[in-house]
Design a binder for this molecule. Sequence first.
Ligand code: AMP
Ligand code: MN
Ligand code: ZN
Length: 892
Amino acid sequence: MASSNDNKSTEGGFQDGNSDPNDEETNELCPGFKDVDAFVKYGLGAVLSATKASAGLPQAGDDYDFYRSFPGFQEFCESQGDKLLHLMSQIMQHHGCRSHMRDRNKLTGLEERFDLVVDSNDTILERAGILLDEADGVNRSQQPVMPAGFQPPKIVVSSWNRKGSGSGSRPETFRLLHAKNVARPQLKFKEKVDNSNTPFIPKIFIKPNATKPLPSYFTNKQIRKERPEDLDVPAALADFIHQQRTQEHVEDMFAHPYQYELDHFTTPENLLSKPEVQMYKPMAETKCSFIDTLEDLVALNEKLCKLSEFAVDLEHHSYRSFLGLTCLMQISTREEDFIIDTLELRSEMYILNEAFTDPATVKVFHGADSDIEWLQKDFGLYVVNLFDTHQASRALNLARHSLDHLLKHFCNVDSDKRYQLADWRIRPLPDEMVQYARTDTHYLLYIYDSMRAQLLEFHHGQPGLLQSVWNKSKDISLKKYLKPIFTEESYLELQRKQKKSFNTQQLTAFRLLFAWRDKLARQEDESTGYVLPTHMMSKISEELPKEPQGIIACCNPVPPLVRQQVNELHLLVQQAREMPLLKAEIAAQKNKGLTPIKKSDVKLFGPHDTSRVHESDLPHFSSDDLPVKQGILFSEDDHKMDVDIQKIKVLTAPAKITLFEELETKSDQTSLSVAHMKASRIIESFENPFRMYLPPSDVHINKNAKFDPSSKIFEISKRWKLQSIEQQHKELEAKRKAKEEAKEQAKKVSEERNKAKQSYQESLQNVATVRQQAADSLKGGGKKRERVASEVGESTPKPSKKLMKSADKPQKTEPPSQESFTPFDYSQSDLSVFAGTKSKSNTQFDPNRQAPDFKKKKGSKGQKSNFGAGNRSMSYMAGKSERGFRHNWPKR
Ligand code: AMP
Ligand code: MN
Ligand code: ZN
């Protein structure tokens, strides 16, 4: 829309030099400036001295009035002021902004002029943003950069992205390949991506080169797949039953599948002695194969198994996917290069485990930390016998440890990492990108030889230093991929990084937006940065716009999902505005006091950060750390809370879900009906399933979270109780009253409590008897069936698929006799093993908010309604996994 304008508007500027052949020759950016660096240096210098000078002027109310009494000073100020205003006007006019800066009409007061400047700044910044986008390949004029068929990617030529002075014969321009219209590779994946907020479970199901066999959890599809879905119990209950069944496997589920082999791996003697340094073949004379069929992959694997070493690298994309996608694998042998299309062969890549875990074959990587995790995350691949040239570079104490530097140092090859951040999803891969990718592994075996030789030389033939590199490399191969887990405290760390002190309203907005962004990113399989970049999130929180338009104004460019859901976002901001306003210091104090920060938590967020987390940075988790608190969902240590929050009581309240809150009345059980007893037994047998995902108990949970439709507590409580928000409010209100009365009238306490309890247990009964409902409906009672149907958001009562299914299997849906009903004793379950992080106790958790089906999503606009309604049919996550790679958390 604005792009043609923008081009024009920059025409007079320094970028004009690009189109001028003379300038190209003299290589001048604009008269007097060799390149952008020179220009920027000069510009910054000028700005700096101007700022200094203006800061040096006498201050208003200070010496200023005195100085002003001298006509000379007055005159000088006026003329300089005019000059400045003129300059500003010019700049603003140049950008087509209103610019009445100089008309000194008293009516257009200072304030209005200040607004003018602010507006213009916004406009100019937007321009800059658009131009940067354009340079980045985001074509705003709707022209597809990469349409479905092949079309050469747009070449962006401009002086600022030209590589420094004389870099030899390399082409002087390069393409920034960020293609906007790349088809989403995820759509073709046989196994859908699992973005659920649950710990990562290895994908491996066959274990070549094993000395310790793969645990049955991974080899036996049944265990993983089998879910008591057909029981037609509430989804959450089904999940717990499933969890119970997988209980014995949990230790295996989170272990490194090759831990044993790696622990028992010792570097062979010959790899610790002086190597024969073997020169690389020139790239031009080396065969390069593009592997995108299973057949070729199998052949490659066979080839690799026969070798004593090969080099590996990966290219990864993280912007348009929540967990990131490994797009390419490069492998170089002494003779050949291979480029594997890992998007195409994603589900088949596991066969390479045969070569990758063969202890007799060295796998050479450069900086394998991320690669090791990506291999696990996307393919279930592991590496036994790794040599990491990055570690070798450190041991050798080289000047720099980048691959660029090693290539220059050992091979005298000039390379640059210009394509490192290209969009590696692009297919077919442009030639330059293939060449770039090859370079990453082609020379690596030679470097490996040379480095080993040097490491030995360094230590006069003693293998100590070399051995330390092998050891460090082994440590890297022992790394486990950890999925980013959302906790209620994750936002705080990120907020702190913004270096802005927020008041309670702003902080609430930040928290709500953070949760919204995480949820949507998981659902849509986008990075959080794509959904809503942090700086925009921070700006919205800071400004708390009153209108949806104000939210849009905080974002430039406006992320598509923000535009689409601006009304939801607006509701969140409104909700934040309703918070009692406390000053930033208090808010900060509160944060300090109540939420100890864990470095590693935040590192888990952001696809790249994940990979940089070192195992040693992560908390050591042991199930002993998790004291089990029975019977209270989201139990908080009340007393502790009370002490902690004394100072700021207005703001905080121990978060509890009323459903599980009333254990203390257990002694009254004798007077309960069978249904009540059944309900209480279920309650008793439950422990909070989400405990391990929750922040430590010293984190406060805002009371509002319970009423906050975007909060986890709300969702969970809503699903369990099958109650509307209003009902929930009412119930809480009733309970609050009951408690007040209890204080006044001690005698009535138990009576009142029983009442409250009864009401919640009645609601609980509705949950527990879905099974019964189905049975009732079989007997011809259509009423309950309607209820279930309406739960899925349908207005007309139709038997849902699920109910039809259960009708086909009457034996499974039979209501258990009231007397014989014994719920699973979940309190016996060690749920702690599901914890991927060190959360010690509970607060809130988002149980698997499933994303819309891709097919459904195509229409896209309608999806909005999916979010609020708790649509059951959302399932592109683990649910459809072929290998039963599925999780145990409530499906909605
Ligand atoms: P490399 O090992 O240098 O080939 O990089 C592998 C992948 O890591 C690239 O495809 C990028 O996805 C990612 N990557 C490398 N360097 C960076 C960086 N500086 N920032 C973000 N991502 C990076
Ligand atoms: Mn790499
Ligand atoms: Zn690479």
